[in-house]
Design a protein around this ligand. Structure first.
Ligand SMILES: Nc1nc2c(ncn2[C@@H]2O[C@H](COP(=O)(O)OP(=O)(O)O)[C@@H](O)[C@H]2O)c(=O)[nH]1
Ligand SMILES: [Mg+2]
Length: 296
């Protein structure tokens, strides 16, 4: 295993976090898909960071070199990322095979960070076996994360009736593994039963992966072992069944889309609005700027 140059990686990610589109594109040369990506998404306060801290520990114990990227919903007022995630994962932070990074979700309207695709691509040029991505599930985020990760884990908690409603509406049926976290709280069995029932209805004929529903809690060792096992089982399943080309296409599409959105934002920020100009003229000018190339 190639040792991890943490300082170089820290610097590269800081650069990428503040990069213009042109700089991002320049930095993306020579990266190719590498690490196995696990997404953990769910409502704020569901216990995702706590769970990831324990999950990552198991993956590290299995010998893997692991990166954790947590996207914090930042306050629109302060643009400040919450440091809580970092603290909740502190007990594993001194492991040399682990790298943790928090990103603020400012900007992107899918609940991810503007440059998350760049960040993941950058991690691919470092020797990680696994990358765990924590995101807050805000509807759009599940779709976006789906195209960025290999295995998607949805973390739910008891007393989340709205989540079940959303699931019935088809929004949440895209996860590979379902976790009912905080299983120490009342109602965990009920929500697990309901989700299993919904999944059974949604199960496509001939589909060979049946998403498991796992109960976990911060004080329960069996749950985390079951999650570890379920993720490994899905990883093995993907090895035999993934349409790699389709996965690559989806990732490329997401990356391209996020670069285009940033390009347009860059142009709009640069070009001062003239009230003398008609909407048509202004639109044509922005399109022309895009056509001429980005980053100038
Ligand atoms: N009752 C209970 N609380 C938990 C459990 N896991 C985490 N918490 C608490 O839930 C809160 C949110 O946890 P956190 O990991 O930051 O959630 P995140 O926002 O989803 O990342 C914290 O106060 C945790 O101590 C659990 O299994 N049971
Ligand atoms: Mg968190």
């Amino acid at each position: 295993m190639r040792p991890l140059d943490r300082r170089a990686l820290g610097r590269a990610l800081s650069r990428i976090a503040n990069a213009s589109v042109a700089e991002s594109l320049a930095g993306m040369q020579g990266t190719s898909p590498n690490a196995y990506r696990i997404g953990m998404t769910g409502p704020p306060g569901a216990g995702k960071s706590t769970l990831i801290g324990r999950f990552a520990r198991r993956r590290l114990d299995g010998g893997a070199q692991v990166a954790v990227v947590a996207i914090d919903p930042s306050s629109p007022l302060t643009h400040g990322a919450i440091l809580g995630d970092r603290i909740r994962m502190d007990h594993i932070a001194d492991n040399l095979r682990l790298f943790i990074r928090s990103l603020a979700s400012r900007g992107a309207n899918d609940g991810l960070a503007d440059n998350i695709a760049d960040v993941l691509a950058t991690l691919d040029s470092y020797p990680f076996d696994e990358v765990i991505l924590e995101t807050v599930g805000v509807g759009q985020a599940e779709h976006a994360v789906r195209s960025l990760v290999d295995t998607l884990v949805l973390v739910l908690i008891p007393e989340s009736g709205d989540q079940i409603q959303a699931m019935k509406a088809g929004m949440l049926e895209m996860a590979d593994v379902y976790v009912i976290n905080k299983a120490d709280l009342p109602g965990a069995d009920k929500i697990a039963r309901e989700i299993r029932a919904v999944l059974k209805l949604k199960q496509r004929v001939g589909a060979s992966w049946a998403p498991p529903v796992i109960m976990t809690g911060a004080a329960d060792a069996n749950g985390i072992a079951a999650l570890d096992e379920a993720v490994s089982r899905h990883q093995a399943y993907l090895r035999n069944s993934t349409n790699t080309e389709e996965v690559q296409r989806r990732r490329l599409e997401y990356h391209l889309k996020s670069l285009m959105i940033r390009s347009v934002a860059e142009i709009l920020a640069r070009e001062t609005n003239s009230t003398a100009e008609s909407l048509h003229a202004a639109y044509a000018r922005v399109v022309e700027s895009l056509r001429k190339g980005i980053g100038r």
